[in-house]
Design a protein around this ligand. Structure first.
Ligand code: B12
Length: 458
């Protein structure tokens, strides 16, 4: 069977993100079949997609839907129409069955399936495609499989995947390969060291998308992938784990394995600012880590507790200090205005943010989006804020009656004039433009530290 996997994501902020998921989907397909990956970022012009479909003549098309929307209330933009148009272009050329997957699809499967006129969708981990192909070959209905839905939609949830996760690294050194596109814009590719998230942060979709059970990848295998990517031309790696330090020992083992494998390019990852051994960030820095992105959310104890975060404000400050002392660039993400937030707790968090010395960037998101399958959705339903049938595709924010989110965003924008490293939302057009300029000059990585004039750091 010929399988064409297509990455539909063309959103390029803060920078274009290599479609890592498709490497795993490709790696799951049995070697008897021919698999190719096409990326709309590199097929954007003219009728290149149509030509690809006509030349390759796939028997099955997999489409990866990553983002639902920008998820930034200060810079809203939805992608349903873009995906819908892509579905129509594909249907105009071929009747091959289409299977959807990816995080956006997993969150709103029925909507995307219908909009794109697709036959099937796989919720959560796409490794399940191997079973779907077998079912098609046998003439069975793939929609009968766990975690797979058909056009009738059937309210399924992702089925846990306990088989191997094999990544197929495509051509990176070929300038026409899709990886080359990402290398030209920031030099970044990505890797993964585990699947799953066991935290219970009330707003978060990750445990639903990836599963709650943690599955650690062997450190030597992660390091070998990193080395291959480096050899092929990657100049920076982003560890795409939900939280890299959920398992401290494993994260240290991965870092040591990267050094042992000769990985010398810089890398970054998401961390929870939790308790950790005193020399943790120094060991990470010694293994090439340069950027720490902390999912801090708040610096007020009752709010952290209401949000279900696994750390206290003092642990967050301590983690920040040791990352900065280890010479790392740190960014903190805040999520203001969720359940439990009051005007006083906002003040506490903003006063705390002032004390995070030497932070490259602080991103403030105002308002907590309600995603399906999260504890927040259950809470909002219990409180009568949303109905069980609520359409959450159009963003619904948890209504905090004590904090005016619009006023808060304006206040943060105002405060940002004096504190250039305070960024409201993801930074919108302005941040993207600065990064694009730096990438054109050959700079690499997330570059949060370069967004801020040196005189403004402190
Ligand atoms: C790491 C990450 C980032 C990093 C990426 C860094 C990098 N260089 O890779 C950064 C910080 C840059 C980032 C930015 C953004 N992100 Co982000 N990110 C993630 C995160 C934590 C992991 C993504 C990842 O790589 N996972 C590992 C790979 C292997 O998994 P995967 O791609 O999902 O693929 C698997 C399955 O989905 C499935 N699958 C995928 N494709 C296909 C296709 C088919 C056919 C099939 C069958 C299956 C399938 O199989 C794969 C293997 O199991 C996810 C949350 C999560 N835990 O999933 C959010 C997430 C993907 N991000 C999200 C968003 C919104 C964004 C931003 C728009 C935020 C913003 N305003 O800045 C930007 C967009 C960036 C862009 N240009 O597209 C959302 C997307 C859904 C949504 N709400 O719209 C998520 C799900 C988080 C959330 N809030 O819900 N992100």
């Amino acid at each position: 069977m010929k399988v064409l996997l297509i990455s539909a994501n063309t959103y390029n902020r803060p920078y274009p993100v290599y479609p890592l998921g498709l490497d795993y989907v490709a790696g799951a397909v049995d070697g008897r079949h021919t698999v190719e990956i096409s990326d709309i970022n590199t097929l954007a012009e003219g009728r290149m997609l149509e030509s690809k479909l006509a030349d390759f003549r796939p028997d099955l098309i997999g489409i990866s839907l990553r983002n639902v929307d920008t998820s930034d209330s200060t810079d809203p933009q939805g992608f349903l129409d873009v995906y819908k148009a892509l579905g129509a272009r594909i249907r105009a050329v071929t009747r091959a069955p289409v299977v959807l997957g990816g995080s956006a699809f997993t969150l709103f499967p029925e909507v995307f399936l219908e909009a794109m006129g697709a036959e099937y969708g796989i919720l959560g981990e796409g490794e399940r495609i191997a079973l779907l192909i077998e079912a098609l070959e046998r003439g069975d209905d793939p929609a009968a499989l766990a975690g797979v839905i058909g056009p009738a939609g059937n309210r399924k949830t992702p089925a846990p995947w306990s088989g191997p996760c094999r990544r197929r690294i495509g051509r990176v050194d070929d300038p026409d390969a899709h990886a080359a596109y990402y290398l030209r814009q920031g030099g970044m590719l990505n890797i993964q060291s585990k699947r799953g998230c066991r935290f219970r942060c009330i707003y978060c979709t990750y445990p639903y998308i990836e599963g709650r059970r943690i599955r650690l990848f062997p450190p030597a295998q992660v390091a070998e992938t990193a080395r291959c990517l480096q050899e092929a031309g990657a100049r920076y790696l982003f560890m795409a784990d939900a939280t890299f330090n959920t398992d401290i020992d494993h994260s240290l083992a991965v870092a040591r394995a990267m050094t042992a494998a000769g990985v010398s390019i810089p890398w970054g990852a998401f961390f929870a600012p939790m308790r950790h051994p005193p020399d943790y960030f120094r060991q990470m820095a010694a293994a090439g880590l340069t950027h720490v992105e902390f999912g801090t959310e708040s610096l007020s104890a009752p709010v952290l507790s209401a949000y279900g975060k696994p750390f206290s404000p003092s642990e967050a400050f301590a983690a920040h200090r040791s990352a900065v002392d280890a010479g790392l660039h740190t960014a903190h993400y805040f999520l203001l205005g969720g359940p439990g937030e009051t005007p006083d707790t906002v003040e506490e968090t903003l006063a705390g943010a002032e004390k995070l010395a030497n932070t490259a960037a602080l991103f403030f998101f105002c308002g907590m989006r309600i995603y399906p399958h999260t504890p927040l959705a259950a809470l909002a339903q219990k409180e009568g804020v949303i109905s069980a049938e609520a359409d959450l595709l159009t963003p619904v924010f948890y209504p905090n009656h004590r904090v005016d989110l619009n006023k808060l965003a304006l206040r943060l924008k105002e405060a940002g004039r004096r504190r250039p490293n305070w960024i409201v939302g993801a930074g919108g057009e302005q941040t993207a433009a600065v990064l694009q300029r730096l990438y054109r000059r050959g700079r690499i990585g997330p570059l949060w530290e370069k967004l801020i004039p040196p005189s403004a750091k402190g």
